[in-house]
Design a protein around this ligand. Structure first.
Ligand code: DC
Length: 228
């Protein structure tokens, strides 16, 4: 099946853009970050959250739980991805700061990465999809003919996140805190030993700094006409 690989750093808007493209083309939006989040929540429930992210990291790293033994199911429902734990959709729980601050231990772990990559490739055997993440174009779908990499400065990404939070009426972090958080995640994502955030050589770079989400979607769709 055909795969559009869409990578970029935290806050680059790739998830929203991937959702819009999926809707326009009537294909699946495969959200790889959501699978990392679901695995993280599953480990937190299995091992306990620890008193801090660091403590969780030590507990996680000292054990050897097989990610495939966790009650995680990533299902396709009406061309939508549903992230489930013990049979219940955990789409909201996986977005909490507690999960976000613990993901890096799971994202750094090779067996966990292999599990996520396998699930994504299984999806691609069933349906056309647009997959968003950090390593879709480099590791998971290196043969995709449609690869895109979204960029924007830390400041712009933080501002967008902040405005998004204000829009939802829950700006519980200051702009500076969001900026620090995004910079820390960039550092972790770019320096990961396996599956690091990197533009594939054959990916089209889109600097989204001065573009609306609609503009980004139009650019991608225009390119895909010739490739997808
Ligand atoms: O896209 P997101 O912010 O929901 O992703 C959450 C984290 O998952 C991200 O900080 C790093 C990890 N991740 C990854 O390592 N590789 C991917 N392909 C997608 C996400």
């Amino acid at each position: 099946m055909r795969v559009i690989a869409l990578d970029g750093p935290a806050g680059s808007g790739k998830s929203t853009v991937a959702g819009m493209i999926a809707e326009q083309l009537d294909i699946l939006h495969a959200d790889s970050g959501a699978i990392y989040r679901t695995l993280t929540l599953a480990f937190m429930r299995r091992l306990g959250p620890g008193s801090s992210a660091q403590e969780f990291g030590s507990i996680f790293q000292s054990g050897s739980v097989d990610p495939d033994s966790l009650p995680v199911q990533v299902l396709l429902k009406d061309r939508r991805q549903s992230n489930c734990l013990d049979g219940a959709d955990v789409g909201l729980e996986i977005r909490t700061p507690e999960v976000t601050s613990r993901i890096r231990y799971i994202a750094d772990n090779v067996p966990c990465r292999n599990t996520v990559n396998r699930l994504l490739r299984e999806f691609s055997e069933q349906t056309d999809l647009v997959a968003d993440g950090r390593d879709m174009g480099t590791v998971v779908f290196p043969d995709s003919a449609s690869k895109f990499f979204l960029e924007a400065s830390v400041q712009i990404r933080a501002k967008r996140r902040y405005e998004e939070m204000l829009g939802h009426g829950r700006a519980n972090l200051s702009l500076e805190e969001i900026e620090r958080d995004i910079a820390r995640r960039d550092e972790e994502d770019r320096n990961r030993e396996v599956g690091a955030l990197r533009k594939a050589d054959d990916a089209i770079l889109i600097d989204t700094s001065d573009l609306s989400r609609e503009d980004v979607v139009s650019r991608i769709l225009a390119q895909i006409q010739y490739r997808f």
